[in-house]
Write a protein of this length. Structure first.
Length: 89
């Protein structure tokens, strides 16, 4: 039986630069509330693909949409350098 082996070097050599930096991990963590809020909104909308919306579904979608807007506001404020906490009305 013959063994088949690659004759060339690996296309992308392994290096330490493939791991995300601390700054990139911090940026991902800062965006996580927005990502989670958007996932929650998508989950609420996916439920409605095969059935009509009830009053409960409408409230769930409105709450999820509000969370997305709040998370976007907080992310924009952090990006602008102004720290605003939570759901201050």
């Amino acid at each position: 039986m013959k063994h088949i082996a690659a004759l060339q070097d690996v296309v992308t050599p392994w290096s330490d630069g493939l791991e995300p930096s601390d700054a990139e991990l911090d940026a991902i963590e800062a965006e996580m509330p927005l990502v989670l809020a958007e996932v929650e909104l998508l989950d609420a909308l996916i439920v409605l693909l095969d059935r009509p919306a009830s009053e409960f579904d409408g409230r769930r979608i409105r709450r999820a949409h509000h969370r997305v807007l709040s998370a976007r506001r907080d992310a924009a404020n952090r990006a602008a350098g102004t720290q605003v906490s939570g759901d201050a009305a």
